[in-house]
Design a protein around this ligand. Structure first.
Ligand SMILES: Nc1ncnc2c1ncn2[C@@H]1O[C@H](COP(=O)(O)OP(=O)(O)OP(=O)(O)O)[C@@H](O)[C@H]1O
Ligand SMILES: [Mg+2]
Length: 191
């Protein structure tokens, strides 16, 4: 095979990258689901996957940012940029970010490209998230030890028309992952 033919064939085989943008309250299940999905995309579909987890990125790229509206928007902007460069190179980016503001999610869609962007609402009631409280943040927020806690002392703007909604109170993470994969297939994404 000539090098031209080789580069053409490898180009046509390149899988399409895209971004699964998970938004939802703290404790709704974003990170848990991201982990389950990554494993499935890698082992079952042989895809390259990167999880862009808000908490992790706050330890590095966004360590200068706090929890004000302005900083949350800037955090989402940085994550959008990472998702964009990964997605355009065939990677499935799974964003696990509270991303409470609609305007941030709309900008993310614009940055990444609407054909490569899937907004997934990870939905659970505040009461359920508080009951789960996997990091003990709600308890601290109720005691006034944490300010700017989304859902308690900071707003959360639920998506008005998400591409996919996953109700994590209705099943296990494994079941939620199946519903999400089915949703991607229904939207025409090839895995
Ligand atoms: N269907 C489900 N999908 C995801 N998580 C679930 C589900 N059912 C129960 N859970 C539980 O809910 C909790 C979700 O916590 P997780 O850390 O994933 O939330 P998060 O949305 O990433 O929160 P944060 O924004 O604070 O990082 C876990 O303890 C998980 O086991
Ligand atoms: Mg998380």
């Amino acid at each position: 095979m000539t090098s031209v033919a080789m580069s053409q064939s490898s180009k046509s085989q390149k899988p399409k990258g895209f971004t699964i943008w998970m938004t939802g309250l703290s404790g709704s299940g974003k990170s848990t689901l991201a982990g389950v999905l990554k494993e499935k995309f890698e082992t079952r579909y042989g895809r390259f996957v990167e999880i862009l987890d808000g908490d992790e990125i706050r330890k590095g790229l966004s360590r200068d940012l706090g929890l004000s509206r302005e900083d949350r928007e800037e955090h989402a902007r940085r994550v959008s940029y990472l998702a964009k460069v990964l997605s355009r190179n065939g990677v499935i980016s799974i964003v696990a970010l509270i991303s409470p503001y609609r305007v941030s999610r709309e900008s993310a869609k614009e940055t990444i490209g609407s054909d490569k962007f899937v907004e997934v609402y990870i939905k659970a009631s505040l009461a359920k998230c508080e009951e789960r409280d996997p990091k003990g943040l709600y308890a601290k927020a109720r005691k006034g030890e944490i300010k700017n806690m989304t859902g308690i002392s900071d707003p959360y703007e639920p998506p008005e028309s998400p591409d996919i909604t996953i109700e994590t109170e209705l099943g296990s993470p494994e079941e939620s992952a199946k519903v999400l994969i089915q949703g991607l297939e229904n939207l025409g994404f090839e895995l």
